[in-house]
Design a protein around this ligand. Structure first.
Ligand code: FES
Length: 286
């Protein structure tokens, strides 16, 4: 399968920055496993007086996207305080590269986990990914992915389908025998999320006027949808609202994206869930 890589991904793949291992590092994080196809080792130097990362290096056994994600990550964290570095999400890494193919998002997740592991190592705290390994049962034996990780990534990245879970964690990408378990976990997480949202939206359900509906649609698109698209260097334009029909145009990286159908389905679900179950979404071509 041919994937569409951005120029930045190619630059970081062909000329990766900060490759190697820091001698006597202040923190080290190792995630993945070579047996499962991907592994990443990240070492950092920290200035104890300022709490800033002064150097970061990586070694990885993975694909071009894993190399590019790790390289970009090391550039992003240098000079940041530990807390600033910890606020970098896997979506931020992908966005800094101008986007990653959906099937390769697990590389950015691996980078984020290695960063967290290295910082936690420096602080003497156990990494979340490590705790998940110990606590959760292994769901995907092909890639050694535990239930805890699947649940966390579903929540953090707003995943909606089993295919999304595979793209972000690799779980389910081998023999496929874990697909039913992933589906169960996904349904459970989506159910919990819907219940949480329902609990905070009783006021929204009392919508009566067209004006209220229009305002709420704009609010949902601006506050809940667009920030997520923008993290992947995409966006949307709201073209029209006519009764229950909402017309949008996908722009930036979302325009012509292979996963556009998934994304627009998610946007329609969101509007139906929060604003009105009768909403239909129309997507104009650019
Ligand atoms: S056990 Fe998950 S893909 Fe094989």
């Amino acid at each position: 399968m041919a994937w569409d890589y951005t120029d930045l991904v190619k630059q970081h793949f062909f000329s990766p920055r900060n490759v190697g291992k820091i001698e006597a590092p202040d923190g080290a994080g190792q995630v993945g496993s070579i047996a499962c196809g991907d592994a990443l080792s990240l070492t950092i130097k920290v200035d104890g007086a300022t709490d800033r990362i002064t150097d970061a290096k990586f070694q990885t056994f993975g694909c071009g996207s894993a190399i590019a994600s790790s390289s970009m990550l090391t550039e992003m964290v240098k000079g940041k305080t530990l807390d600033e570095a910890l606020s970098i999400t896997n979506q931020d890494i992908a966005a800094a590269l101008g986007g990653l193919p959906a099937e390769k998002m697990h590389c950015s997740v691996m980078g984020r986990e290695a960063l967290e592991a290295a910082i936690n190592d420096y602080r003497g705290v156990k990494a979340k990914a490590e705790e998940e390994k110990d606590e959760g049962r292994i769901v995907c034996n092909c890639f050694g992915i535990a239930e805890g990780k699947i649940r966390r990534v579903i929540r953090e990245d707003n995943l909606r389908t089993v295919e999304d879970v595979t793209n972000y964690t690799k779980a389910g990408g081998g023999c496929g025998s874990c697909t039913a378990q992933i589906e169960e976990i996904l349904e459970d997480e989506l159910g919990k999320k819907a219940a949480e949202e329902a609990a905070v939206q009783p006021a929204r359900k009392r919508l009566r006027t067209n004006l209220e509906r229009i305002n709420l649609i704009q609010e949902v698109l601006d506050n809940e949808v667009r920030p997520i698209l923008q993290k992947d260097s995409g966006d949307l334009d709201l073209v029209d609202i006519d009764g229950h029909r909402v017309t949008i145009r996908m722009v930036g990286h979302c325009s012509g994206c292979r996963a556009a159908g998934l994304t627009t389905g998610w946007i329609e679900d969101k509007l139906r869930e929060i604003v009105d179950p009768n909403i239909s979404l129309e997507v104009l071509e650019e």
